[in-house]
Design a protein around this ligand. Structure first.
Ligand SMILES: NC(=O)c1ccc[n+]([C@@H]2O[C@H](COP(=O)([O-])OP(=O)(O)OC[C@H]3O[C@@H](n4cnc5c(N)ncnc54)[C@H](OP(=O)(O)O)[C@@H]3O)[C@@H](O)[C@H]2O)c1
Length: 320
């Protein structure tokens, strides 16, 4: 089978696709024939080592000083190619989707998963491509809006950077939760932001809508506390999806400011979080936006698009 690996921290050219033996399932395991996998902002950051200021050393201590010692690919959709002894929850040929998480390994043709791990049956409402795109931005948006910011019906939500993986999920989930959603996006993406449910959209290069907002999801951290404070209503919550080390420490030490709150951190990627997102999808509250779809052989090209941070929705590579 074909399998991708990172040879060094660096540009998309550091990705190698080589041949490896096709794996067999062990006790309690499932082998998935991967049909599609996303290439996310997270993949681009792990490969390049380019992360918000102050986080670089922590990243390298976690995944490797000289090269990323994680396997490429954090999510997948495909079909069950084999089941190991003791597996009853899945059957050969069944469409599935899931997460390989931080340790990666989805950018390959066959993948071994624990049957009781982060893998679920793919619903008929999702294709392999949209199933691959499903979890990354959706889990982040759901956790920050529901569990962290406690977005309530009737509140006003601004999603700054509304049409990438996280932003496009935040607009949809915000609308589903009963908020009135405003957005910023580059002009070419204004129709997409409106189609997702945003009632007003401005170009972030010119400035955000006037507010006030109860919750602001600052996807790229481009507003920050200084840019967001005058837009936040009393009791408002600022979610910095992208935050540097100082902002993370600041939000931990002094989360409450002027009667408002700053939230940073990372989201969970466990089975309950995945099941909650699936329930949101089935209730009509979230469907991933699919952007460019490229063949697996063009994985490096997909990484180059991902690290632009200007992609519409999600990029997916498909295995033939
Ligand atoms: N905290 C967490 O747990 C977590 C989880 C997932 C992702 N992230 C981080 O969140 C960020 C976004 O991830 P993503 O997958 O959504 O990326 P993405 O799909 O590339 O989307 C980036 C979005 O940001 C917009 N944007 C770019 N520059 C901007 C600026 N200066 N001001 C306002 N908006 C701007 C883009 O808009 P246009 O395309 O219209 O230019 C696009 O909508 C990344 O930094 C990623 O590492 C954090």
């Amino acid at each position: 089978m074909k399998i991708a690996s990172y040879t060094a921290y660096g540009g998309p050219e550091t990705i190698a696709i080589t041949e490896a033996p096709t794996p067999s399932p062990g006790m309690g395991e499932v082998v998935v024939r991967v049909r599609a996998a996303p290439v996310t902002a997270g993949d681009a950051r792990l490969r390049s080592g380019r992360v918000p200021r102050g986080v670089g050393l922590l990243l390298r201590l976690a995944i490797g000083l000289r090269r990323p010692r994680v396997a490429p690919g954090i999510a997948f959709a495909g079909e069950v190619a084999g089941i190991g002894p003791g597996v009853t929850a899945f059957s050969p040929g069944q469409p599935v989707f899931g997460l390989t998480g931080f340790k990666g390994g989805a950018h390959r043709e066959y993948l071994v998963m624990k049957a009781n791990g982060t893998i679920l049956p793919l619903p008929e409402t999702l294709t392999f491509e949209s199933g691959a795109a499903f979890f990354f931005g959706g889990l982040t948006a759901a956790e920050f809006l529901i569990d962290r910011a406690h977005l309530a019906p009737g509140e006003r939500l601004l999603v700054a950077g509304a049409t990438g993986a996280v932003g496009s999920a935040a607009v949809q989930i915000g609308c589903h939760l009963g908020a009135t959603v405003s957005a910023t996006a580059s002009p070419a993406n204004h129709p997409l932001a409106r189609s997702l449910g945003a009632v007003e959209v401005t170009d972030y290069r010119k400035g955000p809508p006037p507010g006030p907002f109860d919750v602001i999801v600052d996807v790229m951290g481009s507003l920050g506390w200084q840019g967001a404070r005058s837009l936040l209503a009393p009791g408002g919550r600022l979610v910095l999806i992208t935050a540097d080390l100082a902002q993370m420490l600041g939000s931990a030490i002094r989360p409450h400011r002027d009667g408002r709150r700053v939230l940073t951190g990372t989201n969970r990627d466990d089975l309950p979080a995945m099941q909650r997102l699936l329930a949101l999808h089935q209730a009509g509250g979230y469907t991933p936006v699919l952007g460019p779809v490229l063949p697996f052989e063009k994985l490096s090209e997909a990484h180059a698009i991902a690290e632009s941070f200007h992609k519409p929705g999600n990029i997916v590579v498909v295995m033939s």
